[in-house]
Design a binder for this molecule. Structure first.
Ligand SMILES: NC(=O)c1ccc[n+]([C@@H]2O[C@H](COP(=O)([O-])OP(=O)(O)OC[C@H]3O[C@@H](n4cnc5c(N)ncnc54)[C@H](OP(=O)(O)O)[C@@H]3O)[C@@H](O)[C@H]2O)c1
Length: 263
């Protein structure tokens, strides 16, 4: 893992964002967002930065440092693979040394590998579970000692973790597992006053969905009552709110243009 923090922290925030700073007397929260190099994770990191919070962006891409730098002085980038336990240990050590802990953990990094069961490679099954389920569990375990009462964990789920979509066994199983983990951790960590919730995006415009065929896109959109794809920013806004909600834990918040109620 490479830490890209040092070169990326010295860029001044634009003056026009000053009004978005937290109210006087409110300490900025420290966020760790996985999968923040693009898509939904980058949008979540951006909204947290725009509100004056500190954010550590995590991703495998070597561009993670410059992505963080573009968000201003409150962002740092850490290159890490969430499926690699050594990377996670180093991530936890670096955060502790730099910030002394975190207040919000967003488990957003994700991988989609499709294929009906007869064509599903073991490697795709294992990669899905490693990234979408085992990785988040290990990050929570690695960071828990650095989360104080009032801390908040948001896991990013998927509609296919709740409904059967042919061809999505590995992705669907991994996200269903993450939903189960969310419930268990919500119950387990409540005594430490740490909340754990899940935000479930519908069909969102990102690199993950860029390869979906026109036919498949039309058939998914035909089931979305709001009749359009979501944007990463629309998901990020909900994550921002869920992360800060003080009486919500173990909840699943669908942000899907109504897809779930139409399946
Ligand atoms: N887009 C949708 O329609 C949709 C719908 C439902 C749920 N979701 C979920 O939303 C989350 C974000 O998806 P997205 O659409 O924004 O996808 P995306 O554009 O493909 O971004 C995925 C992010 O995860 C990171 N990542 C993947 N594997 C990683 C690993 N092993 N270690 C560290 N980072 C890793 C990628 O960065 P690097 O490549 O730099 O590592 C990237 O930043 C995922 O959990 C996805 O399952 C998306």
């Amino acid at each position: 893992m490479g830490c890209c923090c040092n070169p990326v922290v010295l860029i001044r925030r634009p003056a026009d964002r000053v009004s978005e700073q937290p109210p006087a007397g409110t300490a900025p929260r420290r966020w760790l967002v996985t999968g923040a190099s693009r898509g939904i994770g980058r949008a979540i990191a951006a909204i947290a930065c725009s509100k004056g919070d500190q954010v550590c962006l995590v991703g495998r891409s070597s561009d993670i440092g410059s992505t963080a730098a573009a968000m201003g002085e409150h962002a740092i980038g850490m290159q890490a693979d969430i499926t690699n336990p050594a990377d996670l240990a180093r991530l936890a050590e670096t955060i502790e040394a730099r910030w002394g802990g975190i207040d919000v953990l967003i488990n957003n990094a994700g991988l989609h590998r499709g294929g009906t069961l007869d064509r599903l490679a073991d490697e795709d099954w294992e990669a899905s579970l490693a990234t979408n389920l085992t990785g988040p569990m290990r990050i929570v375990r690695a960071m828990l000692g650095q989360m104080s009462p009032g801390g908040s964990i948001v896991n990013i789920g998927a509609v296919v973790g709740f409904r059967g979509f042919p061809g999505d066994s590995s992705y669907g199983a991994s996200k269903a597992g993450l939903a189960g983990l969310t419930q268990v951790l919500a119950a387990e960590l409540a005594r430490r006053q740490i909340r754990v919730n899940m935000v479930v995006p519908g069909f969102v415009m990102t690199e993950m969905t860029s390869g979906v065929s026109e036919r498949a896109r039309e058939s998914i959109l035909a089931r979305v009552p709001l009749q359009r794809m979501g944007t990463p920013e629309e998901i990020a806004e909900v994550c921002w709110w869920v992360a800060g909600s003080t009486y919500m834990t173990g909840s699943v918040v669908f942000t899907d243009g109504g897809l779930m109620c139409n399946l």
